[in-house]
Design a binder for this molecule. Structure first.
Ligand SMILES: O=C(O)c1cc(=O)[nH]c(=O)n1[C@@H]1O[C@H](COP(=O)(O)O)[C@@H](O)[C@H]1O
Length: 238
């Protein structure tokens, strides 16, 4: 999978997501569909996006007992999206079973990639240690969860840009690093803690940028998207 940018369609309805795509000419760009849109529209939204030739990352962050996740993934496989995610904190057996579900529910020519969320980019060391009482540095926890995910069949992880290089070092170049929390220098951090610019993302070796409010809440979303793309492409050439 090449380096790419997924536009996060964090909208309450398909009507609003479609209006945004049309208005700012995001036809055919890779998109992420998360809980907000999927829980409202269901698989129908995936069909619509596929008809319009969008590559799709289905961000449902499954986290349940292994059998439940396996059965859910078997159904999700039939949507034939590019990537779907689970929380790595569900553990080794859950990750393995998620992969089993995707493989067994797939057709011969399309297997959806399994991505595991390490530690949410909205969390920092303080939240991990003091609030959740998970010991160790956030960085070590992310690296451990990436390794665990790799060992149990995941194709990549969601992490922040700041952990991407070390993950590649431990898990190998082909193990995907999917990085949300992307911000242009002047954009609002919102509820994110571990953010970075597209330029730093590229330098870190991250494979996939997830672009949310930096684009959707920009005064001119198309201009913001082009700016991210330029920084990302520019760095790609170097
Ligand atoms: O799995 C994700 O996509 C995800 C994981 C994570 O750790 N942090 C994170 O922000 N995300 C998603 O990435 C998007 C980030 O959006 P912005 O903060 O608006 O750029 C949201 O749709 C989040 O649900």
């Amino acid at each position: 999978m090449n380096k790419s940018m997924y536009l996060s369609l964090d909208f309450p309805t398909w009507k609003e997501a479609k209006a945004f795509i049309d208005r700012y000419e995001f036809h055919g760009v890779p998109v992420k569909v998360g809980m907000e849109l999927f829980y409202r529209e269901g698989p129908h939204v995936i069909e619509k996006l596929k008809e319009a030739n969008h590559a799709i990352f289905l961000d449902l962050k499954l986290h349940d007992i292994p059998t439940t996740v396996m059965k859910a993934m078997k159904n999700i496989a039939q949507l034939e999206v590019d990537m779907v995610n689970v929380h790595a904190l569900g553990g080794s057996e859950m990750i393995q079973r998620a992969k089993d579900g995707l493989v067994s529910g797939s057709t011969a020519d399309h297997v959806t990639k399994l991505i595991a969320v390490t530690v949410l980019t909205s969390m920092d060391d303080e939240a991990l240690n003091s609030e959740l009482r998970i010991p160790g540095s956030l960085n070590d926890n992310v690296l451990h969860l990436a390794d665990l995910s790799k060992q149990n069949g995941a194709d990549g992880v969601v992490c922040s840009v700041h952990e991407a290089k070390a993950i590649k070092h431990i898990c190998g170049a082909s193990f995907l690093t999917v990085t949300p929390g992307i911000r242009l220098g002047d954009s609002d951090v919102n509820d994110q803690k571990r953010v970075a610019t597209p330029k730093i993302a590229k330098e870190s070796g991250a494979d996939i940028l997830v672009l949310g409010r930096t684009i959707t809440k920009a005064t001119d979303p198309r201009k913001a998207y082009n700016k991210v793309s330029e920084e990302w492409q520019h760095e790609l050439k170097s």
